[in-house]
Design a protein around this ligand. Sequence first.
Ligand code: 6R9
Length: 635
Amino acid sequence: MSNYHIKHLEEYYQVYRKSVRNPEIFWEEIAEEHFMWRKKWDNVLSWDFTKPEVKWFEGAQLNITENCIDRHLHIRGDKTAIIFEPNNPEEEAQHISYRDLHDKVCRFANVLKEQGIQKGDRVCIYLPMIPELAISVLACARIGAIHSVVFAGFSSSALATRINDATCKMVITSDGSYRGAKTIDLKGIVDEALKECECVETVLVAKRINTDIHMETGRDHWLQPLLDEAYHDCVPEVMDAEDPLFILYTSGSTGKPKGMVHSTAGYMVYSAYTFKNVFQYREQDVYWCTADIGWITGHSYIVYGPLCNGATTVMFEGVPSYPDFGRFWEIVEKHKVNQFYTAPTAIRALAKEGVEHLEKHDLSSLKVLGTVGEPINEEAWHWYDDNVGKRKAPIVDTWWQTETGGIMITPIPYATPTKPTYATLPFIGIQPALMDENGNEIKGNQVDGRLCIKFPWPSMARTIWGNHQRYKDTYFSAYENKYFTGDGALRDEVGYYRITGRVDDVIIVSGHNLGTAPIEDAINEHPAVAESAIVGFPHDIKGNALYGYVTLKETGESRNQNNLRKEINQIITEQIGPIAKLDKIQFTNGLPKTRSGKIMRRILRKIAGKDTSNLGDTSTLLNPEVVQDIMDNAL
Ligand code: 6R9
């Protein structure tokens, strides 16, 4: 792909202005010059946020894997596409070239077809960070099957909900996974989930930890023997621009997770174009994003964006603390990583361990540092800048969401002057707006409000799987003709944005979005629990941790509170996963409620955050007396 880097701030403003004055001409040029199409579009964009309906490059035909793999073969066939760095540093890293990747993806795609998967079928991928994860994602895309990757830290019950929601016909998993010093029985979790999933006909199992596992006759197949038999080439399915490429679930503030649906052409164009510019990727560079492919960051910036640009992308199976807290820096040195993209929670965890882990390693290859997932605090930002980038590698604080498909607000490294805790300026083509509570746009600078986007961009999600009404209600109903992000933001005197956090009932813990409702539902299933409310409170490493207020049923019998706390966290682990466990559980005599019966989380949040100086007016509550009691017994 030819160069399409933005190199200085003036150029950013020029390109930005062009992109918003004439979005169709702008994106048409990008699509035309940098991608491979089977057929060009009839129409660049049609949109209506009231329905909502958005179509990019309508009439075009393509296959995203031809863009990610085939077109590179003649120019960089021997170049490494994926570096796989295993959990155990003693195990050798794998370098998968573009030619190898082509072979592996084609064979996997042929296996999918032989197992009856067709264009439009949904395939659930529940795998650890091993090469099969990236390969199976691409194999689905090769044949037009819609992948739904479920992060392998989710519990069997969370997995079952997601499999059933998308009626997946197949699950791809492994015998188990490594996570630091531990192994996890992934196949056991899948077996448990499948007791509740009638739609699944086939399970493909990759071998990773070589343990004895149950294989259900007729349903479960070892992957390797099928791959060995498979034909080495697979003609890519020709897809329409707006055909769904994948579903990825994200937590909502209420109810079940939302299966965000991403389309093919727009997603490809935007993830590739942002990758190139936000990381200033050059042909010889090695790029590493530490996210899991189970999240959108991994989809867009480990797999699709980098491969579309012919990049070398690192996939790391392990955790930052194994065998010790120097692991990330050891990997940076070993593979001479040039762009490093991680989350504030990882930065804080590493900062806590001190700089001696860094000092042992040569980090001079680093040119760009990225962060994503939650607001980064000033201290973590400076630690990253001083110790990792040595003030020479600019930090790109990238704000975006599962729903947006790609990075939306970010500095362009070496062009946009950075400012700690600020995601700075909208990316090319992105038109943010800050809104007040009455639904009016707040113009000018030095203001804050709720963050919306006024104009479509190519990689926006098109719907929620099976529930378009919910898509409309969640994102397009709060403000007329605008996409509402759920985040609050401020704009400083020069127009830089700082994201202040969620304004809804989603809490971000270690960069993972957790809706309060599903956690409360899980807790309320405990037979002794009458009612519960979850809020976030500040935590040094996780950003936020969860604080649960739990009211017990009055049964007359007294229960050991510590045992109850364990049981409650056990239910949460089973139903959602260990990431949603509560750090603190306070048993209360009641929860503060409005007269319409809504729990006043604002008050609970303040108590959990030990900020009780100004609780606001509590006299309008249905039960103001519980507030003092909760304060007296706060943890
Ligand atoms: C990519 C991703 C989305 C939510 C988003 C916001 C928070 C993400 C951020 C950030 C401040 C950043 N968020 N990046 N907040 N600064 N640089 O994380 O997607 O998992 O869907 O989370 O994460 O609150 O609304 P997702």
